[in-house]
Design a protein around this ligand. Structure first.
Ligand code: ADP
Ligand code: MG
Length: 269
């Protein structure tokens, strides 16, 4: 990621888990903001028809004229869909509820799984010089999530520190395997990050121990604590790093960004 030879190809990471409310959008926004603080240029692709990443970054619905829907369905040009956000270095392709019909509309399209892959590889991408692209996936293993996995180098999985957290993982891993076999052989698991962790709660500790025992190296050392500042930040249209820079949540996302970069540098070495 910090390869000095990097000319134009950004690292693309899908943030995915078919469960809703596990911290995908929160992780996308705040990991993105933390990478920006470290000097990286980041693009967030809102691939959820709920548009929470767009709202959380302060892009009002009336300002979402061209969105991921137009990018996927109408071949919109990258330079027309990418918007700056209030965070330096952080850009967004927004989403609206329009995206919810893409699944059905694309079913007859032969390239339906490759639309995001191809869209993010438009020649115009080079000029933006993004270091990282984070894709905020919907809470489903549908065609949109498959598009994200086909387009990506890796998948980052937020795992809520709650009972049954690990149950859905095998289904997610199955989808990753299918994508590897059919469309994107090189797809890796970037890692699994425990979210909404409450150190005083036995259950959180249990889930963590379980995850580390079963998934080993795949689990990030960094855990994201449950922190009210994290949940307040989106209503101020800010990443928690800007809303309360000294909060536990902000510090945890900075640590996650550092760990992610370190892991990638190690792999590249
Ligand atoms: P998803 O995108 O997977 O559906 P979200 O990121 O939207 O999940 O998170 C679900 C809810 O949990 C949101 O209201 C969010 O503000 C809250 N939340 C996420 N992470 C934390 C955290 N670390 N501490 C407190 N609340 C959190
Ligand atoms: Mg979400």
């Amino acid at each position: 990621m910090t390869d000095p030879l990097r000319s134009s190809a950004p690292k693309i990471i899908a943030v995915a888990n078919q469960k809703g409310g596990v911290g995908k959008t929160t992780t996308t926004i705040n990991l993105g903001a933390a990478l920006c603080e470290m000097g990286q240029k980041v693009l967030i692709v809102d691939l959820d028809p709920q548009g929470n990443a767009s709202t959380g970054l302060g892009i009002e619905i009336e300002d979402r004229e061209l969105t991921t829907y137009e990018l996927l369905v109408d071949d919109a040009a990258l330079e027309d869909v990418i918007l700056p956000t209030g965070t330096d270095g952080l850009h967004l392709i927004p989403a609206t509820v329009d995206l919810s019909s893409a699944d059905m509309e694309l079913i007859a399209n032969e390239k339906r799984s490759f639309l995001l892959h191809d869209a993010l590889r438009q020649p115009a991408m080079d000029a933006f010089q993004f270091d990282v692209i984070l894709i905020d996936c919907p809470p489903s293993l549908n065609l949109l999530t498959v598009n994200a996995m086909v387009a990506s180098h890796s998948v980052l999985v937020p795992l809520q520190s709650e009972f049954f957290a690990l149950e859905g993982l095998s289904q997610l891993m199955l989808t990753v395997r299918e994508v590897r076999q059919t469309a994107n052989q090189a797809l890796r698991i970037e890692g699994i990050v425990l979210t909404m962790y409450d150190a005083r709660n036995n259950l959180s500790q249990h889930v963590e121990a379980d995850a580390r025992a079963n998934l080993g190296e795949l689990v990030f050392d960094t855990v994201i604590p449950r922190n009210v500042r994290v949940s307040e930040a989106p209503s101020y249209a800010l990443p928690v790093l800007a809303y309360d820079t000294a909060s536990k949540g902000a510090k945890a996302y900075r640590a996650l960004a550092e760990e992610l970069i370190k892991k990638n540098d190690k792999r590249a070495a």
